[in-house]
Design a protein around this ligand. Structure first.
Ligand SMILES: C=CC1=C(C)c2cc3[nH]c(cc4nc(cc5[nH]c(cc1n2)c(C)c5CCC(=O)O)C(CCC(=O)O)=C4C)c(C)c3C=C
Ligand SMILES: [Fe+2]
Length: 449
């Protein structure tokens, strides 16, 4: 965990007011600084501009370490090509309102809070201890003294937000704007999905270097949603299972294999344009999504105990790469392209055609690729003493119907790895583009253009 710098919204280190003192009397300078509405944020921004030392000198509460801040605003949402952080709190929400205005209001408040939290500020302007003594604080407080932690918060819209056709009622007048490619994923062979871990009108992916920061972010967004939306399901992840930048080392999944070797990387902008970003002409009904993407999530339980009793030969054959270096079984180094035609002394291919790598490779999928950004998860054990652990698969794609669905069908039917996997959760969300400067909330073009 990061070393404490200063509070995210509480007192400066060492400052301990009397527990019963009203907040206004405790910290007048801070309340004056924070003020109400945009003025408070502007004052804080001025504090940042003056640097960490200047902000402290003015008594400004949050000190951020800019080296650990990922900007919330930009042409794309953060948390897609951002170098994958190590911790995840993912949450899918169901809207409990039938009012379109309520949805817009929630997205406004979420966007404001998300921008603040990614800068290391409390979710609300008053912070965990700066508000009225007889009201709930506007930040829950567990991220005080923590750095921004490279927090990214990425928002998405599920098929059920739009409704229409087989998908469900058009609750918010959005059915005509639902992208063609945004529909519930089909049933795949072997799926053992739990309804309570599937779908959701809205999606929030919070990633950070620090688990407490990611959890704090989702918790505060859930608090803000009270009366408008509620968490449908959520997933914690630790240990990224992909690299999304050439500067990152390839991590390992819970099978002990390097994962993310052949992933799309932030530096390969041409490949991202081809496989990740929705282009302006992709879907005339959903021009609001241009510059965005789609996120597919699959909670995939790995039968760890069975895997751990299988031989190294079996494990490498299943994956198609070596467990040590991650090189393809056809030879070379980790970065060497697999040669699926190369045979061994017995005349059989060195990489089994039913191995995971052979079936997921672009050559077996009409050139399809995806930006994988998944996490290991361990949710304790089941009643039989087996770990409930696996991979929370997350992938950003330009078109889930053309990219994820055929690949997952092929894997579900033939992948040798399937024997060791159980898909227990699932969802797909349209991920709108990022907030331009001056824009008010994520997804504004969906509701207003
Ligand atoms: C439908 C898409 C995919 C699912 C679901 C999936 C699950 C899954 N994968 C691993 C482990 C590895 N996957 C690797 C490569 C790889 N996997 C997919 C897609 C899905 N994986 C792709 C597109 C690729 C890249 C193929 C290529 O271009 O060569 C690898 C090899 C290393 C690497 O390139 O990342 C491993 C290992 C697990 C354990 C898992 C489900 C739990
Ligand atoms: Fe894979």
């Amino acid at each position: 965990m990061s070393a404490p710098v200063t509070g995210q919204g509480g007192e400066e280190p060492g400052e301990t007011p009397a527990p019963s003192a009203p907040a206004a009397r405790r910290d007048p300078s801070r309340r004056a600084l924070l003020g109400a509405g945009g003025a408070g944020l502007a004052a804080l921004a001025a504090g940042f501009a003056g640097g960490f030392g200047a902000a402290r000198a003015q008594g400004a509460p949050p000190a951020t370490d800019d080296g650990h801040v990922v900007p919330f605003r930009g042409a794309r949402q953060a948390g897609i090509v951002t170098p994958a952080q190590d911790r995840l709190h993912f949450a899918a929400f169901d809207l409990t309102t039938s009012s379109r205005d309520d949805v817009v209001d929630l997205l406004r408040r979420w966007s404001l809070a998300a921008e603040r939290m990614t800068r290391g500020l409390p979710a609300g302007e008053l912070g965990p201890v700066g508000g009225a003594y007889d009201a709930p604080p506007d930040d829950t407080g567990e991220a005080q003294e923590l750095r921004p932690g490279n927090l990214t918060i990425t928002f998405g819209f599920g098929p059920s937000l739009f409704g229409g056709g087989d998908i469900g009622p058009d609750r918010f007048g959005l059915a005509a704007r639902r992208p063609n490619a945004l529909a519930d994923l089909p049933h795949f062979p072997g799926d053992t999905l739990e309804a309570a871990r599937c779908g959701g009108d809205l999606m929030v992916q919070a990633c950070s270097d620090d688990p407490q920061i990611a959890v704090h972010a989702v918790r505060n967004l859930a608090r803000l949603a009270f009366g408008t939306a509620q968490v449908r399901w959520s997933q914690l992840g630790y240990g990224r299972t992909s690299r999304t930048s050439s500067a990152q080392a390839t991590p390992r999944n819970l099978f002990g294999f390097k994962d993310g070797t052949a992933n799309l990387l932030a530096e390969d902008t041409a490949a991202l344009d081809e496989h990740v970003w929705v282009a302006p002409g992709d879907d005339p009904a959903a021009s609001w999504l241009a510059g965005g993407s789609y996120l597919v999530a699959r909670r995939i339980r790995m039968t760890i105990e069975t895997w751990d009793r299988s031989s190294l030969r079996e494990q490498e054959s299943v994956v198609g790469r070596t467990k040590g270096t991650g090189a393809p079984l056809s030879g070379g180094q980790e970065a060497t392209e697999p040669d699926f035609t190369r045979t061994g002394n017995d005349g059989r291919p060195l990489i089994d055609p039913d191995s995971h790598v052979a079936l997921a490779h672009p050559t077996a999928n009409g050139g399809v690729r995806m930006l994988r950004r998944g996490y290991n998860y361990t949710d304790g054990s089941d009643g039989l003493g087996r770990l409930d652990a696996g991979l929370f698969f997350l992938a950003f794609v330009r078109d889930p119907v053309r990219q994820f669905v055929p690949m997952q069908n092929a894997l579900a039917k033939n992948d040798l790895m399937s024997e060791y996997l159980r898909h227990t959760g699932s969802g797909v969300w349209a991920v709108p583009p990022g907030l331009a400067d001056g824009a008010d909330y994520v997804g504004q073009a969906l509701f207003e253009s």
